[in-house]
Design a protein around this ligand. Structure first.
Ligand SMILES: [Zn+2]
Ligand SMILES: [Zn+2]
Length: 293
């Protein structure tokens, strides 16, 4: 099979081995990436949470505890290292994890120490919590909107906390920039002038830290017309020289590589000619520019 150089994902590989809401094993998902001809598959399991009230309702219902999810994550850190070696001839597999901004007062040191302790190749910077409340959840989104005093206030706080996170952790990849669209639909306040200013401020932080923006195809599976981020954010990022990469945000084999060809057309239409891919080199993890044509 001739490999297409832009057929890559730097965010995904969430698997049922270590995550309550994923549904295939990591080995099966890696095999799917190999079979579909992906060139780079960056796996980025969710960071564990450190306090019981951050457990998801589904985890609580299954009787999961903080100790269990922390052990699962340690196993992920160990086993993923083996899988990199085992698949080295077939695919460039990179080891990462998706951070959590929770609790807001203590996540920075915890995420830094997880990274160091397990020698991950890179981190994916995500914001799923605002003011310590999980909004990226079907059953909880409405409560957080109410708690924050409206959708626009939630989005403004989101961008403020995202800018803070990017400056504090300097993640190589910033995930699904406007992920709040998942449950907010096309509400007009999502593009208000206050939101645009807050988003641009967050993009300034992304640019200063040299992070890559995840063009995340999970949005297609949620029924949205575009990946995250929306066109106006792609333009604002591209004008700042911020590079892009793809993320399939896969949580099962069917998700692996899904939507990436469509997202490539989306970027090309918006005037983006290259993506930026991480790769292993003698000096550690470096970047390479890959043309989309
Ligand atoms: Zn997930
Ligand atoms: Zn995420």
């Amino acid at each position: 099979m001739k490999k297409v150089p832009w057929f890559v994902s730097l965010h995904g590989g969430h698997s049922s081995d270590y995550c309550d809401h994923a549904s295939d094993t990591l080995l099966d998902m890696i095999q799917a990436a190999v079979d579909r001809g992906m060139t780079t598959f960056g796996i980025s399991e969710h960071a564990p949470r450190f306090e019981a009230h951050y457990l998801y309702p589904e985890e609580v219902a299954m009787g999961w505890t903080i100790a269990k999810i922390q052990e699962d994550f340690e196993r992920y850190a160990r086993e993923s290292r083996e899988f990199v070696a085992r698949h080295a001839r077939q695919i460039e597999l990179l080891r990462a994890f998706e951070i959590e901004v929770a609790p807001r007062s203590a996540y920075v040191d915890r995420m830094k120490s997880l990274r160091q302790q397990h020698g991950f190749d890179y981190i994916v910077g995500s914001v799923h919590y605002v003011n310590d409340r999980l909004f990226d959840h079907r059953d909880l989104f409405g409560d957080v909107v109410r708690f924050m005093g409206g959708l626009e206030k939630l989005v403004l706080a989101y961008y403020e906390q995202l800018a803070e996170m990017v400056s504090a952790l300097r993640p190589e990849v910033v995930a699904h920039l406007d992920v709040y669209r998942k449950y907010a639909g096309n509400a007009p306040e999502l593009e208000s002038s206050a939101v645009k200013t807050a988003a641009e401020h967050a993009l300034d932080a992304v640019q200063q830290c040299g992070s890559i923006l995840d063009v995340n195809t999970g949005a297609y599976r949620k029924g949205l017309d575009t990946p995250y981020p929306a066109p106006w954010l792609i333009h604002a990022a591209h004008n700042r020289g911020i590079p892009f990469c793809f993320g399939d945000d896969s949580h099962c084999c069917a998700d692996v590589g899904s939507g990436i060809a469509r997202a490539r057309d989306y970027l090309v239409e918006l005037g983006v000619r290259h993506i930026c891919v991480l790769t292993r080199s003698k000096e550690g993890i470096s970047r390479k520019e890959v043309p989309l044509a």
